[in-house]
Design a protein around this ligand. Structure first.
Ligand SMILES: [Zn+2]
Length: 286
């Protein structure tokens, strides 16, 4: 399933890549082999590759069309980028993501807002494109919404990702730095969800009594529903990330709100459900 409705808001996943990629014991340093073996039967085949044992993750954006605006939440890995820590994400030439956006009936010039849940490489890559020897905003008519804390931390780190995918947006005058509780309007607003990064945000959608929330990287895999204390090795502040993840699952399980995940395997969207002292994730039916 790629597209759903939240009231009168249409939500569509724009996938760049999905497949087996991370060793679970390395991705979640607190995971034990015993615990992983216990969960294998429900992780395979959707969330774990049965042959290699690797976690399956998609890398995707959410295209959101409200009655007012056309919005992208996160922009994947992109092309031509310098990613020092992951060779397979460096200097990509794959146009799958841009083609999928076009197939959804949206060109780069149609995007009004780009929201980045955080500024890691796989969430801001298509922010910019290399044109005539320089990085320029891919979406010429969009305002790019960055949480102020997140931008400040990325600016301090000053990685190639910031230099190529974030700074050129600021220099082009297209970035809007906002508080982590920023509201665009009555249909789209942010929730502060720190821990994975300093200024990480979730993006809420509301229309006609229906609700959904895009959770970014506060959680990476459904195995963390059973083990909310398993932080990803990429979490900046492990204790804070754990607390955020636990609270987020509890409140959304209680409300029954639809959750749009960044990295849970397709169809990626569903509901947290309380199970004992932890949770499970019920996917939307394909
Ligand atoms: Zn990510």
């Amino acid at each position: 399933m790629l597209a759903i409705k939240v009231g009168d808001i249409s939500v569509q996943r724009i996938i760049e890549w999905e497949g087996p990629i991370f060793e679970p014991g390395k991705f979640f340093p607190d995971a034990t082999l015993d615990a992983l073996a216990r969960h294998r039967h429900w992780l395979v085949p959707k969330a774990m590759d049965g042959d290699s044992g690797l976690l399956i993750l998609p890398f995707q954006s959410y295209l959101v069309r409200t009655r007012y605006h056309t919005i992208l939440i996160d922009t994947c890995i992109g092309c031509g980028k310098n990613v020092p820590h992951r060779a397979s994400w460096s200097n990509r030439t794959d146009q799958t993501w841009l083609n999928a956006l076009q197939a959804a009936g949206v060109g780069p010039a149609d995007i009004d807002y780009v929201f980045c849940t955080h500024l890691h490489v796989d969430h801001c890559g298509w922010n910019t494109s290399f044109v005539d020897g320089a990085w320029v905003p891919t979406f010429p008519n969009a305002a790019y919404i960055f949480a102020r804390e997140e931008y400040a931390a990325a600016e301090t780190a000053n990685s190639p990702i910031f230099q190529e995918s974030v700074l050129p947006v600021m220099e082009a005058g297209k970035a809007k730095l906002v508080a982590t509780d920023f509201a665009l309007d009555d249909q789209v607003w942010l929730e502060s969800t720190p821990g994975h990064t300093a200024g990480h945000v979730a993006v809420h959608l509301a229309s006609m009594g229906h609700r959904a929330v895009m959770c970014g990287d506060l959680i990476h895999s459904p195995v963390q529903c059973a083990h909310p204390d398993w932080g990803a090795f990429v979490d900046l502040d492990k204790a804070q990330a754990h607390n955020t993840r636990q609270q987020f699952m509890a409140s959304n399980a209680e409300s029954g709100r639809l959750v749009l995940t960044a990295h849970f395997p397709s169809p990626s969207m569903g509901h947290f459900v309380t199970e004992g002292d932890a949770f499970r994730f019920d996917y939307l039916e394909d």
